[in-house]
Design a protein around this ligand. Structure first.
Ligand SMILES: [Cu+2]
Length: 151
């Protein structure tokens, strides 16, 4: 008879997890993408990408991948001691934000189909561990562009 209990508990656990994922209540990330841009690349086949993801919810999330029609592949990078390192995901903490910016975390758009020009818009789709994907249209800015500081 002791065998039944762990299975029942596991089933209850799965049910609770499913309910939590579906409910509109507590424990959910609430993400907003803002301030995105792609500096016009100097290279033919590679560009950087920046965007800020704000989490107004009360649960953490993670940016896990980015897709765009412009690039064959997008990788997530951190910068430590002036050295870029590819990572599998970037944290978007509850009540906080993930900031991609020059000299820090950034996207690398690789295998570009063509070189984007200033004034163009690039559509990025951000994929997360928990939240639905977010599609964001970001401008191509001059190579030397620095975004104004704002939230
Ligand atoms: Cu990089």
């Amino acid at each position: 008879m002791n065998h039944a209990r762990p299975a029942a508990l596991a089933a209850a656990g799965i049910l609770l997890t499913a309910l939590a994922a579906c409910s509109g209540g507590d424990g959910k990330p609430e993400l907003h993408a803002l301030n995105g841009f792609v500096p016009q690349p100097l290279m033919e086949d590679m560009a950087a990408g920046y965007v800020t993801v704000r989490n107004d919810g009360d649960a953490d999330d993670e940016l896990t991948s980015v897709t765009t029609a412009l690039a064959g592949k997008v990788t997530l990078h951190t910068t430590e001691n002036n050295t870029m390192k590819q990572v599998k995901q970037l944290d978007v903490p509850a009540g906080g934000k993930l900031e991609l910016a020059r000299g820090g975390n950034h996207l690398m758009l690789e295998k570009l189909g063509r070189k984007p020009k200033v004034g163009e818009k690039v559509t990025l789709t951000l994929h997360f561990a928990r939240s639905e994907p977010i599609k964001v249209e970001v401008p191509v800015e001059p190579t030397t562009y620095r975004p104004p500081k704002k939230d």
